[in-house]
Design a protein around this ligand. Structure first.
Ligand code: ATP
Ligand code: MG
Length: 449
């Protein structure tokens, strides 16, 4: 006989068809009925088994655990047993590529492989876990992207394994970001990490005028230590900072370094960007990642918009003044957060911004002072300028160029920025004489013809 053994086990088809009654229409119909019945029975048994004996967890893409679990799934798990090796081979992978800049090369691309869409089986500790990653084309999220879920299924008896999975996945995610600062930016209606997490920027690498850094750092640390104080008094646990001053004075750099110091991430949004509307800002603030400083760059653009709106009733594609206030302390502001606002044009801002909870601390980060120039010199040439003589020559030259003096007789002072000083030193690496002789380049170019 050549039939496969399984068919024989169920029904002997040949014997049935030899039977004259069965060979007729009635026979075929009842055979169909029998088979359908058997199938339905098998299906409901399977469903029952699934209900009774399996547990599953569904993780939606919107959940913070989603990327952790995907990363955890892509961890290598070498299997020794024959069966496990065959069952758990993942054939379908998807790749996420991130590029980053390295200290000694222009860019580095890292490829991060994760289970692709579809079903896989993994073995973790003693348990087999079925993984199903799928895009649900029907359900769209509010960003218009298809909804995505990962579903993990295991035997009911092994259900406690999920605790381990999530604990391990979270630990893995934290470990990957240790010593790093994650910077989120906006894509559609989502916060997405901007490239790989960056190495923490040491606070010492940002040189502000005497005492400025310390006052902000201490204030933020004090705030973080006082959570219970706010809770007890029913006050939203929020603090806002406004850093203002000319371009290239280290505002953004300082905020990044502060985030590293506090072990926070940064969620950055540029208010002057077209397409960042009031609604979008409000929505994004309701879903800030945990332990994140929200950084609202170019806060003045919201005020410019108010004027435009007053004039023609249309706010344009950017954030308005009321949108900004609402984001800072309206219903959408969330109960807990630290916000930093930056601007180059303090004169455009409205005093309404300076209220507790909106902006609690305003700090000018200004043009380079003598103190900062000296510190920056030490940072670049401290190891070769041992007696500091060249530093004094450099500072004297800058004083001679009146780069540290105040405006006088209505004539504005030709101040310079820390970014420009850094540029000069970078151009003259290991070359103190070069830096001194090229110091005239620090005088800002006159823009009025
Ligand atoms: N005070 C500073 N200490 C150390 N580095 C600085 C400082 N100021 C500027 N720099 C360097 O100059 C560059 C620009 O600085 P940054 O982006 O922080 O300026 P900013 O104040 O945010 O400017 P903008 O107002 O244009 O946004 C960075 O590479 C930064 O490292
Ligand atoms: Mg900046």
């Amino acid at each position: 006989m050549s039939e496969p053994p399984t068919a024989q086990l169920l029904i002997n088809f040949n014997a049935l068809l030899d039977n004259p009654v069965f060979a007729g229409g009635f026979g075929l119909a009842s055979l169909g009925a029998v088979l359908a019945f058997a199938r339905r029975g098998a299906m409901s048994t399977a469903a029952m088994i699934r209900r009774r004996m399996l547990v599953n967890v569904e993780i939606s893409r919107q959940d913070p655990a989603y990327p952790w679990v995907l990363a955890w799934l892509s961890e290598p798990r070498p299997q020794t047993s024959f069966l496990a090796k065959r069952l758990t081979r993942i054939n379908k992978l998807s790749v996420t590529t991130t590029t980053s800049t390295t200290p000694n090369g222009p860019t580095r691309a890292s490829f991060f492989l994760q289970p692709g869409y579809g079903r896989h089986i993994i073995k973790y500790k003693h348990a087999y876990i079925a993984v199903n990653r799928e895009k649900q084309a029907t359900a769209k999220t509010n960003t218009g992207e298809p909804h995505e879920v990962v579903e993990l299924t295991t035997l009911y008896a092994h259900r406690h394994i999920f605790e381990d999975v999530f604990t391990e996945a979270r630990a893995l995610a934290l470990q990957a970001n240790e010593g790093k600062t994650v910077v989120y930016s906006v894509r559609n209606f989502d916060w997405v990490p901007l490239g790989d997490p960056r190495r923490k920027r040491p606070l010492g690498s940002v040189i502000l005028d005497e005492g400025v850094k310390e006052s902000i750092v201490n204030d933020a640390k004090d705030f973080l230590a006082r959570r219970q104080w706010y809770v007890d008094r029913g006050i939203p646990y929020r603090r806002g900072y406004l850093l203002y001053g000319p371009p290239g004075s280290g505002k953004s750099s300082f905020i990044q370094a502060l985030a590293g110091e506090l072990d926070f991430s940064v969620a950055m949004i540029n208010l002057s960007e077209i397409g960042v509307t009031d609604d979008k800002l409000a929505f994004l603030l309701t879903k800030l990642p945990e332990r994140t400083i929200v950084l609202l760059e170019d806060a003045d653009s919201a005020f410019v918009n108010r004027r435009r709106r007053d004039a023609d009733g249309y706010g344009g594609g950017t954030v308005t003044f009321s949108g900004l206030l609402n984001a800072l302390d309206g219903l959408s502001a969330g109960e807990e957060r630290i916000a930093f606002l930056t601007t180059n044009h303090i004169e455009l801002l409205d005093p309404a911004l300076i209220r507790p909870g909106r902006v609690d601390m305003m700090v000018r980060i200004g043009e380079a002072t003598k103190y900062q120039a000296a510190q920056m010199w030490d940072k670049f040439y401290g190891d070769v300028d041992l007696d500091g003589k060249n530093r004094e020559r450099f500072l004297a030259k800058l004083e001679g160029l009146e780069l540290f003096s105040d405006a006088k007789d209505g004539k504005p002072a030709p101040r310079t920025s820390t970014a420009a000083i850094q540029g000069l030193f970078l151009f003259n690496k290991n070359d103190m004489e070069g830096a001194i002789s090229m110091a005239e380049g620090l005088i800002p170019p006159k823009l009025e013809g």
